[in-house]
Structures are given as C-alpha cells and as structure tokens.
Design a protein around this ligand. Structure first.
Ligand code: AHM
Ligand code: MG
Length: 336
C-alpha cells in the first residue's frame, strides 16, 4: 500500500543522496559525508533562528551574557557553525563565505577534494523581524588536488557539482540539486531529519508573478524598465502579473521555483553590477533554476557561463520560468 509506505518508509536526504551517488561507481561516499555536514549546519541555524527572539540572540553582538561570554549575532554565529562543520567534515579544501573577506584554505591534515561557496544566512534585513531567511551553497570539485588556489573556486557556475539552499520559514526546507533535477526536503523537527517532500521540482514554463525591488526603478536601464512596465501594463491582452517581493533571496527564489514567474535583481545606475554575489547567491540559484527547467540570465549572458574574477564579485540576475526569462532576454537583445 503506497499510503502506508509513505508513513513508514522515510526518504531522508541522506538516503536520497546515497541512492543518487550509488549510480556513480567511483563515488566513495565523500559527497554524502560533505552533505551531511552542510545539513548539520542548516539544522543548527534553523534551531538558532527559531529561538532567536526568545534567546535574544538577535542584535546583541558586542554585548555579554550572564556567563560573561560575548553574544553573537545570528549571521556571525551561522558562519562559524558552517565553517567548523565543513572543515571538520574532512572533505573540503577551500571555503568561500559571504561573511569572510578572504577564502578559508583548509589545513592539509583535514583537506578533501571539495570547495564550498556559501552565504550562511542571507536576507539580513529580515532577521530582526522574523521573516524568512536562508542559507545558500554551491559545491565545486578541486581542479587538481595539488596546491589549492583561488582558481579552484573562480570557476563558471556550470562547473558546480551541486547547489542548494535551506529556507528558515514557516517550515525548514532544503532544496538541492546534484545535477540531475531538483528535490526539496522538509525538516521533521521531531525526527531531526530532512524528509523528501518535493520530488523532482519543475518550475512552471510561464508564471504570473514578478519579484523585484521596485524602489530602485528610477535607476534601472531600458530593458529592465520595459520588462516591468510590461508586467504591469501588458499590451498583448494578457493579464498583468502580480508583484511579490520579500527581500530575502531564498524566499523569493523558493516561491518562484514552486509557483513560477521571474525574480530580478538588475543592474542600476548606482550599482552597475547589481547587488547579488556571483559565487554564493547567483550561481547556486541559477544552477537550481536550470535544473528545474527554468533559465538564469545576467542581462548579457547565461548566468552559469560567467567566470568570476574575485570571490565576492556581483552580477545582475534575472531568473525563473523559461518563457518569462526569454522575454527579458529579447528586450536586452533588442538594445544591442
Ligand atoms: P544580504 O546578503 O545583505 O542579506 O543581501 C542579500 C539580499 C537578498 O537576500 C535579497 O534578494 C536582496 O538582498 C534584497 O535587496 P534589496 O533590499 O536591495 O531589495
Ligand atoms: Mg547574502
């Protein structure tokens, strides 16, 4: 009985990834071990976010608690947890975090073959008011296992082996792609396990929602302005689109993935490269979008073809439903 199987035969994220990896005869479980450490970080951050209001973890950086220890801000704490979990996995070599100016090179005795780029807690403006925030990550394989250099992480997004995010929202949801589709897992707090709840996510071919910070409109370029105008006042008789904008990339992208539509963080006159970071925001989300049947475009090219020159580089990004991104591509092509 299928329904009974659902209740007793739990597809945890570890089991799921082990199944996937078993298709690769050369795999020795290293990826599964790495992922387990990422999952540990996500569970920790989830629990810290849930307790944040109560435990006064928020906004107290610099202050001391009763034990005389310094209280850490949630984003600083999350970063430390991920760095320590990733290093101790023994499977990583280079770590790039939004929180750290410099990349972390893992000491030789703990070194593995993977590079992880991540934003431990994205959506900082939403932390203090309890709105959804998330962790974003991407995984590369070292080019060669000799001396690691920054070149190992300054690779185009299409070279990523895996990417994902975890959203700390009304439930804790981890969305992952290892390059063969996209799957979503929800944390069962009573088990402490992520259970497969969204198998093989495909983004609708066309959506009814656009998602952008319209407060920046006065500084937009022509194609972005034209596109948003079309969303509001379509000339072809199609219905106008709804606007949804949380200001938390993970939440805005998650909704876009499930409901369809487009998420935009364009260039503007004040920030000619947009706001979002190539390595740990734009690439992982673009990887997931493509794996779900959508597209990701920078205004000039396929986002995953970008080759970043430095680890904190930014890029404009338009991502979401295939047809919607096709429209913005056409507007940029007409500009040239
Ligand atoms: P952060 O890394 O400081 O949290 O900034 C990234 C966030 C994204 O989650 C979100 O898409 C974007 O910034 C929102 O920016 P804005 O407030 O300019 O609309
Ligand atoms: Mg961020």
């Amino acid at each position: 009985h299928a329904s009974e199987a659902h209740r007793t035969d739990l597809m945890t994220i570890t089991r799921f990834v082990l199944n996937e990896q078993s298709k690769h005869p050369e795999s020795r479980g290293d990826f599964t071990i790495l992922l387990n450490h990422i999952v540990l970080g996500c569970k920790f951050v989830c629990s810290a976010v849930n307790k944040a209001g109560l435990a006064k973890l928020i906004g107290l950086a610099g202050e001391t608690n009763v034990q005389g220890e310094e209280q850490k801000k949630l984003d600083v704490l999350s970063n430390e947890v991920f760095i320590k979990a990733l290093v101790s996995s023994g499977r990583t070599c280079i770590l790039v975090s939004e929180e750290d100016e410099e990349a972390t090179f893992v000491e030789p005795s703990l070194r593995g073959k993977y590079c992880v780029v991540f934003d431990p807690l994205d959506g900082s403006s939403n932390i203090d008011c309890g709105v959804s925030i998330g962790t974003i990550f991407g995984i590369y394989m070292m080019k060669d296992s000799h001396e690691p250099t920054l070149e190992d992480v300054l690779q185009p997004g299409k070279n990523m082996l895996a990417a994902g995010y975890c959203m700390y929202g009304s439930s804790c949801t981890l969305v992952l792609s290892t390059g063969s589709g996209v799957n979503g897992f929800t944390l069962d707090p009573s088990l402490g396990e992520f259970i497969l709840t969204h198998a093989d996510i495909k983004i609708p071919k066309k959506g009814k929602i656009y998602s952008v910070n319209e407060g920046n409109a006065k500084n937009w370029d022509g194609p972005t302005a034209k596109y948003v105008e079309k969303c509001k006042f379509p000339k072809d008789g199609s219905p106008s689109k709804s606007l949804r904008y949380i200001g938390s990339m993970v939440a805005d992208v998650h909704r876009t993935l499930l409901y369809g539509g487009i998420f935009l963080y364009p260039a503007d006159k004040k920030s000619p490269n947009g706001k979002l970071r190539v390595l740990y925001e734009v690439f992982p989300m673009s990887f997931l979008m493509e794996q779900a049947g959508g597209q990701a475009f920078t205004g000039k090219q396929r986002a995953l073809d970008l080759v970043p020159k430095n680890i904190h580089e930014r890029s404009p990004i338009f991502l979401g439903s295939y047809d919607d991104v096709e429209e913005i591509k056409a507007l940029y092509a007409a500009e040239e």
